[in-house]
Design a protein around this ligand. Structure first.
Ligand SMILES: [Zn+2]
Length: 372
């Protein structure tokens, strides 16, 4: 005989992803949906309704790994998030789930692998900075407008240009938090911000895989290849539009192009992925050294986290990644991927202030690189 459950586990908001296998009392059996991606990956996000005051245990029925700070939780419908810490995770002998005491007032409690960044977060950012122009890069396969942010010195006369992209891999939300943080620093009423507003034109694509972000796909290794392996194929309208737009926009200016990602889930280092020819690698190394100097911590960025610079740039199978394509364009002073962890940069737990401080340091380091 089945009994009606007094609470429900649902994936009904932008960015959500979960399949419920069964609910047995306060034990919930679930798994993440890979949705056309292969091999395995760890992304999920969901909410629980009307479980106030219950201690719930979530058992993942397929392979799973958790971030180094436990689980990200929101009890205000996704407005703010905090980390449970690793105490919420099941013991190490059976590390396939977590337990949480749902607070008395929490009719709607959300869980995720990191602090999500969705369309609604971008809307809020744009509301806060009305001077931030937002055009439509293209429409996604599912018909969504894909945002192209345009700011800084926009009269076409800027000596320096900055191109930022994030979410070639839909689940890597910290990439867009960092993209926002860099733009925020460039718009600030600070010496760095005022210099950007006078000298730098900025273009940014906050959600390259827009459908994946809003639909809650993990997106990495989407088959037959993902958005960040599409720069020689052009399967996705976003990549097609970026390839059409950027060469003319860059022209022969001094352009820096950064693609913002998250590394594997247990990683605690923020680092730049080596790419391109010797000239780009040398400039990457100089930028890394400047950024180390600008960002001593909390969450220090260190050149020693980058290994040897003599091995050349990373080359991946199955298609051309964005930064390798960018590295071939005339006018590029520097390109590279910055990987920012999901939960922790060394001693610093990932929070909005921690990401904003990292973004501010990146803006300072970019200015220093241009002026050096
Ligand atoms: Zn990625």
């Amino acid at each position: 005989m089945s009994t009606a459950q007094p609470f429900s586990v649902v994936a009904d908001f932008p960015g959500a992803n979960i399949a419920v296998d069964r609910i047995d009392g306060n034990d919930v059996y679930i798994h993440q949906e890979l949705r056309g991606t292969s091999p395995w990956w760890f992304h999920w996000a969901f909410r629980v309704l009307n479980a106030n005051g219950r201690k719930l245990s979530f058992h993942f029925t397929e392979r799973i790994t958790f971030p180094t700070m436990g689980i990200a939780v929101s009890t205000d419908c996704g407005t703010t998030w905090h980390w449970t810490g690793t105490d919420a995770l099941f013991p190490i002998e059976q590390p396939n789930g977590f337990s949480v005491m749902v607070p008395g007032g929490a009719d709607d409690i959300r869980f995720a692998i990191t602090i999500p960044y969705q369309q609604s977060n971008l809307d809020q950012f744009r509301h806060e900075f009305p001077q931030l122009r937002c055009d439509t890069l293209c429409h996604s396969r599912h018909g969504r407008p894909v945002e192209l942010l345009h700011t800084g010195r926009t009269d076409g006369l800027a000596n320096y240009r900055l191109y930022l992209s994030a979410r070639h891999h839909a689940c890597e939300a910290i990439g867009t938090w960092l993209l926002e943080a860099i733009i925020r620093a460039a718009l600030a009423d600070t010496p760095t911000g005022l210099w950007f507003q006078e000298h730098v034109e900025i273009l940014a694509v906050p959600f390259v895989d827009k459908d994946g972000v809003e639909e809650g796909d993990q997106g990495k290794d989407r088959q037959p290849h993902d958005h960040n392996r599409d720069y020689d194929a052009g399967l996705y309208p976003e990549v097609f539009a970026i390839k059409k737009l950027l060469p003319a926009w860059i022209g022969h200016s001094s352009t820096i192009a950064l693609d913002l990602h998250c590394p594997s889930i247990g990683e605690k280092r923020a680092y730049m992925v080596k790419v391109g020819d010797k000239q780009n690698l040398d400039t990457q190394r100089r930028f890394v050294q400047i950024l180390e100097h600008c960002h001593a911590g909390p969450g220090a960025f260190l050149e020693s986290d980058h290994g040897s610079w003599d091995k050349g740039g990373n080359v991946y199978d199955n298609g051309l990644q964005s930064t390798r394509w960018l590295s071939t364009l005339p006018g590029i002073l520097l390109t590279g991927t910055i990987e920012t962890p999901y939960a922790q940069i060394r001693d610093a737990v990932i929070t909005i202030p921690v990401i904003r401080s990292f973004g501010e340091s990146i803006a300072k380091a970019l200015r220093e690189l241009w002026l050096s």
